[in-house]
Ligand binder design. Sequence first.
Ligand code: AMP
Length: 270
Amino acid sequence: MKILYNLEELEIAKNEYKQHSIAFIPTMGALHAGHLSLIDQANSVAENVIVSIFVNPLQFGPNEDFSKYPRDIDRDINLLKSKKVDYLFCPNFTKDELLKIKQVPAEPTLADILCGKFRKGHFDGVVTIVNYFFELIEPDYAVFGEKDYQQLKIIETMVNNLSLNVKILAAEILREESGLAMSSRNVYLSQSSRIKADEIYKNLCSMSAEISKILAGDIELNKKIQRIIDSYKEKFINSGFEIDYIEYHWSRILIAARIDGVRLIDNIPA
Ligand code: AMP
């Protein structure tokens, strides 16, 4: 695995890989098995795989966890070496360099709902950096996790709207044995919060089962789904969660919940 620390090194690597197909996986590091499953998917479609690790300041709000976001590049490099990864791109941009990146707004109809309501400007920051990395790397494929389902939809829309020449692949959510969706932010959870966090997936599953039962062409479907969601929202709140949202979109239930200040997201089909 070649490690590329800057644009010059990326340019040299591009001359090597441009004869081959390449799949790109953008990450913010603090890698876990969920990220590694994206690498397997990338290897199944392309000859070369490039992973980026970049904690993107543009997608964090002023009161969010940018400075304390978990970072351990040596551990990440070792994990990546356990897989077939041809290049790791881990740039360090100065403030000036970041300011020069062409701003690309996220599609507002998708970016202003769900997480976008609670994280103003978050998806504009995501789309801006992903578009910049696409321009730099010119991948044939890019793999994104369904864990960040709204992000996946927004990236797909960006690629369509800008007619970019990259195929977006979706990777299923990888979960802990308990059902908790793997996330770099899980390290923030205390032991007791971790046990509580397991309730998210359990409740998503029972909500999904209840919604599936009423989906068969029922009238007043939306009202019934909303009633189910409201009852689970109450259940979560009673057991100590703060709920940013539980909503039904794209035939999925999506949730953002806070436990002792740690914000977790998850979603499943329903
Ligand atoms: P992040 O480092 O959190 O920005 O995530 C990088 C990529 O990994 C994104 O496309 C995420 O959706 C994906 N990802 C994160 N957690 C998981 C998971 N548990 N299962 C599958 N993909 C994931």
